[in-house]
Design a protein around this ligand. Structure first.
Ligand SMILES: [Mg+2]
Length: 247
């Protein structure tokens, strides 16, 4: 993405002197830069309400969202460049089982399962954290380039565009395309292959296994953000606080 040529950038930013390049910051997306309130479980509740007028309990559906997704089995890669329809079709049994677990008939559950995709990927349901844009801009002005490495749905690039993040990020590497879910080393190799020999590379994310340990196993320095784990050698409560580690 050519940042300086994008007509949506303010003139002042487009004309700012190019700072000395310091390297790449590789960001996780979900739970780090942006989030969907209620996450998958919230989307399931919305689907049942919107398409069947049924009240589903968030806590009843939540355990069903903790298994069966590609990122729940990261040691098993999927074929690269799977068609989005195939990716979503693989999840229909997970959604059906969840709706049935919420006492919805199997017939209605299979219908509702087909609605999850459009509801989950509705960009109007997604948010950026308050410190996301300002921090990425500030770090960009200091010479850092940004990439995203995410375990996510095929529509991730549309969500990133809809949230205005694409203006600040050079590369988006998504497990739905590569087939590699963090912490699989293939996920990190896929993003590193896009970066042209930067001086420094950092991985920043909210998941201790996928983001922190995954990156460190791949030879990268990592920072855990927005979550606490004593095993993380570097952690920050907010994105702005990651700067203390960047030297
Ligand atoms: Mg995350």
């Amino acid at each position: 993405m050519m940042k300086v040529c994008d007509s949506r950038l303010p003139d002042a930013q487009a004309e700012a002197p190019v700072p000395q390049q310091r390297g790449y910051l590789i960001w996780d997306f979900d739970g780090t830069l942006g989030y969907r309130p209620g996450q998958w479980s919230g989307a399931m509740v919305q689907v049942a309400q919107r398409f069947a007028g049924l009240d589903v309990d968030l806590e009843t559906v939540r355990p069903y969202m903790r298994k069966g997704f590609p990122w729940h089995n990261p040691s098993l890669p999927n074929p690269p460049m799977r068609a989005p329809d195939d990716w979503w079709n693989g999840l229909l049994p997970v959604f059906e089982e969840a709706f049935i677990g919420c006492r919805i008939s199997s017939e209605q559950a299979s219908t509702l399962a087909t609605k999850v995709r459009s509801v989950y990927t509705d960009v109007s349901e997604w948010r950026l954290y308050d410190d996301t844009l300002v921090t990425l801009r500030e770090l960009g002005a200091e010479g850092w380039n940004h990439a995203i490495l995410s375990n996510h749905v095929p529509e991730l690039p549309l969500l990133i565009h809809g949230l205005g993040l694409d203006l600040l990020v050079d590369h988006v590497v998504n497990s739905a395309e590569t087939g590699f879910e963090k912490p699989h080393p293939g996920a990190f190799q896929a993003v590193l292959a896009k970066l042209q020999d930067p001086a420094e590379i950092w991985m920043i994310g909210d998941n201790i296994e996928a983001d922190f340990f995954g990156a460190e196993s791949a030879g990268l320095s990592a920072i855990l953000v927005r979550s606490f784990d004593v095993r993380a050698g570097r952690r920050a409560d907010s994105l702005r606080e990651v700067r203390q580690f960047l030297g």
